[in-house]
Design a protein around this ligand. Sequence first.
Ligand SMILES: [Zn+2]
Length: 85
Amino acid sequence: MGKCKFNVSWLEDVRFRGWLASVANPEQARCIPCKSTFKLGTMGIKAVVSHMQSQKHKTSARSHTQTPAISTFCISATAADGPRC
Ligand SMILES: [Zn+2]
């Protein structure tokens, strides 16, 4: 009662795309770079925006985009074509 549920359309939102994920509990959402799950509570999308604007998230998101996983993948994926990356 009064609790907000996860809305899958948020996953298409340009602000949340790439880091927001749904969890089994529809009253919660998951942040991929923060590796954390947060409650939507009564705020719903505002809880998502609030998380996005938190310092913790900004720090996590920054290190997440700098993760070497992508370039490592890129090198191995294109190894046959030479070191283009
Ligand atoms: Zn986060």
